[in-house]
Design a protein around this ligand. Structure first.
Ligand code: SAH
Length: 569
């Protein structure tokens, strides 16, 4: 819940506006001091329509702990600024300031160092991967070193897709921990320490372990967790790194097991006996085989999860536990950058780019979005024609635990890198596909509303598709009276195809059918022309053009190309 507190007429008006358009707000009326006191413990965050000075004086006596206090945003009387006053990260004030600014048309003011430098905040590093910050971590000291440009060593045996890190972060791939004081360090590890790492250090517990659990009917959660804890101790591993428990499907209603998973807040994965029986394990048991149809549950379930066994089966009276380490899954974001203009790059695409440590794409596209990349992001450009090489480069980095964006213009799934990348991708990586505005959509919006009824796209490039196939598709589209967007319509080496397509379409459509010719949509050199099908001149068209051919109903209304849906008869 977001509490809103105002003192002046302007403030009250703006607060009322937020209360009306947001669903998660509550207005606190009355004198600001009392309103604030009433809101403080009930709200996750507060928006104060007060000058910063007044806000600071009112908030100061209420502050207790930045991990629990609500985030506070304050908005000046003229509504020009939304200032994240305190609780920028944990309290959510930075994000709230952005949100308030957007709704009120104000400028967000965010002063936490990591955000203003475009750097990751240590308290949320790896959050989306499920990292937990170990208690006693020196977030403030290491954070200060990070933003001041001092060297910070990052100890991690495996590479994790945490996103771009500034150049002063130096990766050290070793299971060892820093013992000598001297510099700041960040550790990503599931291992417990014999000697605590030298300070200042921030320790993240990644969700890297899976515990296989077998148990008899009626085994208690306490017994299972006790055995798990002693197994983890013996292996020198942190309970915070347990990502899941795994077992056999006949135990899917075993109360103690469900309770144990619930108590440590991890999911349970169940495998059928047949699948577990097929896994070769170090310690098979004939007794278990007789009882449940597989010679191993705990060890086999670890291996069936795709993990590597790090601690063989340990037993208590009614339970068995084995522990495995899961391979890191890197991330590949497939991102469409839209037709040209920054404003047509959606927020999701911006987020995916900012979270990538490597961006792979055609040089001209990557150049266009360099300003959206965070410090430390590398770029890898390959020329036109190297599509498979581009996909393979991106996949190789993701497989190695990286976080990579593979970019295309328009939408990444439309005549672009999405398909080759996903033809080659396997289950060992996470993939996110971010939609973009296609050239056809962009052209259509500049023309009016030509795609208002059934429509299709045909690429005239016969480099990978035989011309007969393309011609058949154009004939089918003509026969179906589809509006057709022609991609890759004409290049130096392919100069006759568009003329042929016009001929085919003219067999089915009137010569005065409107045709939109849009070159460089939403780029500086944009050109938009509407002609009729009979007078379309292929020589006016090039590879930077998309040609939108109307159907038999498409017409010009006040100079705009419209394909009627039929509402107006
Ligand atoms: N993924 C892209 C398509 C890439 S194929 C998309 O979704 O739009 C390349 C073809 O797209 C070009 O030959 C041209 O026909 C078209 N195209 C891409 N951007 C364009 C733009 N800004 N204006 C006009 N046509 C464009």
């Amino acid at each position: 819940m977001i509490g809103l507190v105002a003192a002046t007429a302007n403030g009250r008006r703006r607060a009322a506006h937020l209360a009306e358009v947001w669903e998660d707000t509550r207005l606190y009326d009355g004198k600001p001091r009392e309103a604030l006191a009433a809101a403080w413990n009930k709200c996750d965050a507060l928006v104060l329509f007060l000058a910063t000075g007044a806000a600071v004086r009112l908030v100061a006596p209420l502050l207790e702990d930045k991990r629990r206090d609500p985030g506070v945003v304050c908005v000046d009387d003229a509504g020009r600024f939304a200032v994240a006053l305190c609780g920028g990260h944990e309290g959510g004030a930075n994000a709230l300031a952005e949100r308030v600014a957007e709704t009120l048309g104000a400028a967000p003011v965010i002063t936490t160092a990591s955000d203003s430098l475009g750097m990751p905040a240590l308290d949320s590093l790896g959050e989306s991967l499920g990292f937990e910050v170990e208690e006693g971590s020196d977030l403030a000291a290491v954070g200060a070193a990070l933003v001041s440009g001092e060297e910070v060593r990052l100890f991690s045996e495996q590479r994790w897709p945490v996103g771009p890190l500034p150049e002063n972060v130096v990766p050290v791939r070793t299971p060892a921990v820093p013992e000598e004081p001297g510099g700041s360090s960040i550790l990503i590890t599931d291992r417990l320490f014999d000697v605590p790492p030298a300070k200042p250090a921030v320790v993240y517990r990644p969700p890297s372990l899976v515990a296989g659990v077998g148990c008899s009917r009626g085994a208690s959660a306490g017994e299972i967790l006790g055995l798990l804890d002693s197994a983890l101790d013996e292996a020198g591993l942190s309970r915070k790194s347990i990502a899941a428990l795994a077992s056999i499907d006949v135990k899917s209603d075993e109360a103690g097991l469900l309770e144990a998973a619930n108590a440590i807040d991890v999911p349970l994965r169940f495998y059928p006996a047949g699948e577990l029986a097929a896994v070769e394990v170090p310690n098979p048991s004939l007794v278990v085989a007789g009882a449940v149809g597989t010679p191993s549950v705990a060890e086999a379930a670890v291996l069936a999860s795709g993990a590597e066994l790090v601690l063989e089966k340990r037993k208590s009276r009614n339970a068995t536990v084995a522990i495995g380490r899961l391979p890191v899954r890197g991330r590949l974001a497939l991102v469409g950058l839209g037709p040209g203009e920054d404003a047509l790059i959606p927020p999701l695409a911006r987020e995916a780019l900012a979270a990538s440590e490597l961006v792979v794409g055609l040089g001209q596209y990557v150049e266009r979005i360099r300003h959206l990349l965070r410090p430390g992001t590398r770029v890898h450009t390959l020329p036109l024609g190297d599509e498979v090489a581009r996909a393979e480069k991106a996949l190789a980095e993701a497989r190695a635990g990286g976080s990579v964006a593979l970019v295309s213009s328009g939408d990444v799934g439309v005549y672009a890198m999405g398909s080759p990348a996903l033809e080659l991708a396997r289950e060992d990586i996470e993939v996110v596909v971010v939609p973009g505005v296609t050239a056809a959509q962009a052209a259509a919006s500049l023309l009016g509303s030509p795609l208002g009824h059934d429509h299709c796209s045909v690429s005239l490039s016969d480099l990978l598709t035989p011309w007969e196939v393309i011609e058949n598709r154009v004939r089918a589209a003509a026969l179906g009276d589809f509006v057709v967007s022609l991609y890759n319509p004409r290049s130096k080496g392919r100069d006759w195809q568009l003329g042929k397509v016009r001929e085919i379409l003219l067999e089915h459509r009137p010569p005065d059918t409107p045709v939109g010719v849009v070159k460089n949509a939403y780029r500086e050199e944009q050109e938009v022309v509407v002609v009729d099908l009979a007078s379309l001149r292929p020589e006016d068209v090039d590879m930077l053009t998309v040609v939108v051919v109307g159907n038999s109903q498409t017409r010009l209304v006040a100079g705009r190309m419209v394909t009627p849906r039929g509402y107006l008869g």
